[in-house]
Design a protein around this ligand. Structure first.
Ligand code: ADP
Ligand code: ZN
Length: 520
């Protein structure tokens, strides 16, 4: 019973057409090939294996590390009339036997399994006795030992190729970098797989970042003027602030619910259900909210505090506009946010290397706040992707910020990196430029390099803002080893040689000049 993918999409899932590369990925599997799929969260990965599982004979086996989400996924499929089930440690023996029988009979379309369960001898035996449509390995970056989500069980999954060479496999992840992708292909023995790398761009999301002034009023203005009656998520850093903001919004006549780890599990579940089912609710939440949330019509995501990294920002803003209709990602940020993050980091457990790494990720996030060119280009650039033209759908494209000609100061900043051997972090570079003879400067002999004390026109803080912007623009890179050293990139050469002019954002410099005067 071969059914064609498009009719499954329309009649089972109720969608009109495939998105992006879905059709090509599905065709690859339906015709028996392997695929490695890199797609951002919300891109529509699930259909890439669900539809081939329905189109092909036998059961599609889905390996997923998120046991907590299996139930939801299976419920959603059952509601569409798809026969699906899961095998994991939460299932009682009776139900498991029933399910196993359905697998053998080939009456089940999709079987979700945790990796440790899949590689048990009993499960493998079951699968050998059953008709199999495909294997889908979700969150495939869990095989990467360098990532945050490493799961040793995932390493065992290479056995799928040996044991079931004729069954097509698809590995899926939203983790972008090429090294992880390479590792997935190697460790899962997916050498022959076609790679499908989607853009991380979410063109329907309008990115906007404002200076924090009175954040609540700014938020209220946003909701009232652009998102009255819309569903949205408001992220705050602390539980306290979540509670207060939700109360305050309700007082202003905007229906809002709080969500954070300090609320009981039952309250959280209730609020989450209400947010998913009712129209036009605003969820005020800490980052605890969002994992696996699939609400397509979230019209805005607002950040009242700076996220700790661009990865976090991208994940959180990515919950807006999953249906493809216009949505807003809005943030109010102030430098005090960055300081608070740094303090939290200083007090956190974590070893030095971890902290250094987190500092850099925070700096990159700050850099994104300060770019003067298209935010979307900067965001995608961070993930290793190039967007040829400015997007026209972010605040810097729509209202270009005030800039100044930074060609000369950028050249000084870059050449200071070069003269000191590309081995030093921003504070040291700023010391050299501003002629601050620290112990480190003295011992490195950097009070003798040609860039010593040539930066008197700007304050130390202004130089830091310049460096942050240069990092954000990709003219400088932070060293991979995690020492915080700034290094020149290929892109910076014409600027270093003074062949290309550079505009940088002005407001930072202005604000700091003012406060310096005030101190005097
Ligand atoms: P991912 O796993 O990549 O994060 P999902 O598979 O959960 O993404 O899909 C995200 C959302 O997009 C879901 O609501 C899904 O139903 C919807 N979706 C996926 N493909 C399509 C499509 N072709 N047309 C419309 N909606 C789609
Ligand atoms: Zn833009």
């Amino acid at each position: 019973m071969q059914r064609d993918p498009l009719s499954i999409l329309q009649h089972v899932f109720g969608y009109h057409e495939f998105r992006n590369q879905q059709a090509a990925i599905i065709d690859t599997l339906v015709s028996g090939g392997d695929a490695l799929v890199l797609m951002p969260t919300g891109g529509g990965k699930s259909l890439c294996y669900q539809i081939p599982a329905l189109a092909r004979e036998g059961v599609g086996v889905v390996v997923s590390p998120l046991i907590a989400l299996m139930q939801d996924q299976v419920d959603a499929l059952n509601a569409l009339g798809v026969s699906a089930g899961f095998l994991n440690s939460t299932l009682d023996a009776g139900r498991a036997r029933e399910l196993e029988q359905q697998v053998r009979d080939g009456t089940l379309d999709l079987l979700y399994v945790a990796p440790e369960r899949l590689t048990q001898a009993r499960t493998l035996e079951l699968l050998h006795q059953s008709p199999l449509a495909l294997f889908a390995i979700d969150e495939a970056h869990c095989v990467s030992q360098w990532g945050h989500d490493f799961r040793s069980d995932y390493l065992q999954l290479s056995l799928l190729h040996r044991e079931f060479p004729q069954v097509p496999r698809i590995a899926l992840t939203a983790t972008a970098d090429p090294r992880t992708r390479q590792e997935i292909a190697e460790r899962l023995d997916l050498g022959g797989a076609r790679h499908f790398v989607s853009s991380f761009d979410r063109p329907n999301i309008q990115y906007r970042i404002e200076r924090k002034d009175s954040a609540r009023q700014q938020l209220l203005r946003l909701i009232r003027s652009e998102h009255a009656g819309d569903a949205g998520i408001v992220y705050c850093l602390s539980r306290n602030k979540v509670d207060q903001t939700a109360d305050w919004l309700n007082q202003q006549g905007i229906a809002a619910l709080p969500y954070h780890a300090g609320l009981g599990g039952e309250v959280r579940a209730r609020h989450q259900q209400r947010f998913l089912r009712e129209d036009g609710l605003v969820m005020v939440a800490t980052v605890a909210f969002g994992m696996g949330i699939d609400k397509p019509d979230v019209r805005f995501v607002a950040h009242l505090d700076l996220p700790k990294s661009i990865e976090a920002y991208y994940q959180e803003t990515g919950r807006a506009g999953r249906d493809g209709a216009p949505a807003t990602a809005w943030m109010a940020y102030g430098l005090e946010d960055a300081i608070r993050h740094k303090q939290m980091l200083a007090q956190s457990e974590g070893n030095e290397q971890f902290k250094r790494h987190e500092h850099q990720r925070l700096e990159a996030m700050l850099g994104l706040c300060e770019v003067t060119q298209c935010r979307r280009q900067a965001l995608l650039n961070y993930f290793g992707e190039t967007l040829e033209k400015p997007c026209g759908n972010c605040d810097t494209c729509l209202n270009p910020p005030q800039t100044f000609d930074a060609t000369e100061v950028a050249r000084k900043a870059l050449s200071c990196v070069y003269r000191t051997g590309q081995r030093f972090g921003v504070n040291h570079l700023v010391d050299v430029l501003t002629g601050n003879r620290s112990d480190k400067v003295a011992s490195a002999g950097h009070d003798h390099v040609s860039t010593w004390n040539i930066g008197g026109e700007l304050s130390a803080n202004q130089w830091r803002a310049i460096y942050r912007q240069l990092v954000a623009l990709g003219l400088l890179a932070v060293d991979a080893a995690g020492y915080g050293a700034l290094q020149l990139t290929e892109t910076c050469r014409p600027y270093l040689r003074g062949e290309r002019s550079l505009q940088l954002r002005k407001d930072v410099a202005r604000a700091q000049t003012r406060s310096r005067r005030a101190e005097r």
